[in-house]
Design a protein around this ligand. Structure first.
Ligand code: XMP
Ligand code: MG
Length: 175
């Protein structure tokens, strides 16, 4: 498969990440928080995570989780944690950072899971969102770009492990 069309250029992504960071900064200033634990969902969110945290104006702790894709048939719809947080988030503000929100099962599962650990607050940021694919009504607190139902790669997003390092986001030629 080959990259088809560039949908988001590096400058456009950079500008939008700054806008999201400004909203996130304002939110935590409003809460009077002086630090936040930013939880990146491996692997796809790594590039967005790295750019976003460098725009945050409060103390940041890094942590990461990995969530399995659905086991077996599509009907299972039950994500599982395959890598857990390295530290406690009890009495901490948590911001979950994801690359793309699709059916909503991953972020619903993760935010519910983290809420059981008595954090001070939990919010979610996703760079991309395909609202037409949602199966559970999940709404992220911060969304970079809404896109139609198409498969995208680059800026962390992959197809079978490929394309993650592209500085832009593109659709794929399917043949
Ligand atoms: P949910 O649970 O919201 O899953 O259905 C979100 C996860 O699905 C993957 N995903 C994509 N990955 N390009 C990708 O590279 C895409 O267009 C795409 N759509 C969904 C991704 O792993 C995300 O974490
Ligand atoms: Mg992902």
């Amino acid at each position: 498969m080959e990259v088809d069309k560039i949908l988001f250029a590096p400058e456009e992504i950079r500008a939008r990440v700054r806008e999201l960071a400004a909203k996130i900064n304002a939110h935590y200033v409003g809460l009077g928080a002086d630090s936040v634990t930013v939880v990146g969902v491996l692997k796809g969110a790594v590039v967005f995570f790295a750019d976003l945290v460098r725009e945050l104006k409060l103390g940041v702790e890094f942590d990461f989780v990995k969530v399995s894709s659905y086991v077996g048939t599509e009907s299972t719809r039950e994500p599982k944690l395959t890598l857990d947080l390295s530290g406690s988030v009890t009495h901490k503000h948590v911001l979950i950072v994801e690359d793309i929100l699709d059916t909503g099962h991953t972020l619903r599962f993760l935010s519910d899971n983290i809420k059981t650990r008595e954090p001070l607050s939990v919010q979610t940021a996703t760079l991309f969102d395909k609202p037409s694919r949602r199966e559970n009504g999940f709404v992220a607190d911060y969304v970079g770009f809404e896109i139609p139902d198409l498969f995208i790669v680059g800026y962390g997003l992959d197809c079978d492990g490929e394309y993650r390092q592209l500085p832009f986001v593109a659709s794929l030629k399917t043949k």
